[in-house]
Design a binder for this molecule. Sequence first.
Ligand code: FDA
Length: 415
Amino acid sequence: MAEHDVVIIGAGAAGLFCAGIAGQLGLKVLLIDHSPKIAEKIRISGGGRCNFTNRETGPGNFLSANPHFCRSALARYSAQDFIALLQRHRIAFHEKHKGQLFCDNSADDVIGLLLRECDAGGVVRWQPCEVAAVRHGAGGFELDTDRGPVRARRLVVASGGLSIPKIGASDFGYRLARQFGHRIIETRPALVPLTFAGDAWQGFVPLAGVALPARVATASGKARGEFLEDLLFTHRGLSGPAILQISSFWRGGTPIELDLAPGTDLGRELLAAKAATPRRQLDNALAQWLPRRLAEAWSAAVLPGDDASSAAARASRPLADWRDRELHQVAATLQRWTLIPNGTEGYRKAEVTAGGVDTRELSSSTMASQRLPGLYFIGEVVDVTGWLGGYNFQWAWASAAACARAMAAEAREAA
Ligand code: FDA
C-alpha cells in the first residue's frame, strides 16, 4: 500500500497551495483529484485573468455562521504574502477595482506558480483519480482509490463547494465531514445571479444587457448586506457585481432593495427639472439618471396606474402635470425599489457555495478537526464565504497555509 505523510483530496486552489507548502516543509504529500484537468476554477476565474487576492482583505469581507473563525488564518497569511509569492515567480499583475488584483497575462500564470511550488515540494499528484472510500484506524487514514489503496497519518479535505458541477464540483467534502461526525451549515449558491418571474417582471425582460451603477441591499441588522456596484439586467433577472454580492446575503422569499440613482437627491432633482423644463416628460427626465430604456420600462411597470398602458401614459405626461408630492413619491420609489427574487441561477452559475463544514468544530489556527486528529478541512468546503473581489482565493491560500504549517509542525514534534 502507498504510504504518505499527508493525502490531500482536491487539487484546486487550496489543495495545490497546501500541497506545495507541506511538501517544502518536509512532508511526503499525495494530492488527489477526480478531474482530468488541473485547477479548472482558477483557469476560468476573473474572466480568465484570476482575481487572485484583494489588497484590502479583512475578516469583514467574509460570511460565516462563526464570523471570527477566518481572522487567525487571514492574519497569518495575508494578501501581501501572496503578492510577494507572485513577485518571486515574476508574475505581472494589476489592480482593477477596490483592491482587486488580477494577472496581466492569464490565470494560467497562477496555476503554473502552484504547480512549480508543488514540484519544489516533491508532491505526488494522482489525477484523475476517484476516491471510493475513506477509513480511519490506528495507523491513520486508509483510502480506496482507483489507483489502489493509500495510507496516510493526515487527510486534508480541499474538495471545494458545489458550484459549477460540470467542471468537477462535488459534495465529497460534505459527505466525508458527515462520515466523521462533523456538522454542515446548510449550503446555498452564492455570488450568483438572481431570477425574477411573473407579470410584474415582464416589462424588464427586453432590457437584457442594460447595465447601470446601483446601490443594492437586503436584510437588516447583522445579516444586512449593502453594495454600490454595477447592476446588469439579464434574460431571467438581475446580475452584475451588485447582485452577485447581495446574493450571498439574500435568503429565499425575502426582498432586495435597489437605489437606481445612488448618490442623488432625486426628489430635489425632479423638482428642479420641473421648474426648468416643465414640458419635459417624466420618463425623459428620469433618463438623465437611468439608461433610457430602463427609465421607460421602470416608469411603465412601477408607476401607479390601473394597468401597464395607463402607467406608461402617466410616465409620458409632462413634469408640469405632476404634483411636487407625486414627484417626491416617484423619486422615493426609484431609490428604494423593492423586489422579491423568485430564486437564483443555482450552482450552475454560482461562483461559490455559502455554508459548509461548521467551523465551530475546527481549529481556526490549523484547520484541524476537533473531532478526529489528523483530519483537516481547507478552502471553500469550510463555512467561510468571501465577497466578490478576490477574497475567496485569499481564503483558499490562507487556510491552506495555516493547515500545511500546522501539519509540518506537528510532524516535527512527533519525530
Ligand atoms: P476548488 O473548487 O478550487 O477545488 C476543488 C477541487 O476538488 C477541484 O479540483 C475538484 O475537481 C476536486 N474535487 C471535487 N470533488 C472531488 C472528489 N470527489 N474527488 C477528488 N477531487 C474532487 N474567487 C476569487 O477569489 N477570485 C475570482 O476571480 C474568482 N472567480 C471565479 C469565477 C468562477 C466562474 C467561479 C466558479 C469561481 C470563482 N471564484 C473566484 C471562486 C474560487 O474559484 C473558489 O472560491 C476557489 O477555487 C475555492 O478553492 P478550493 O480549492 O476550495 O476549491
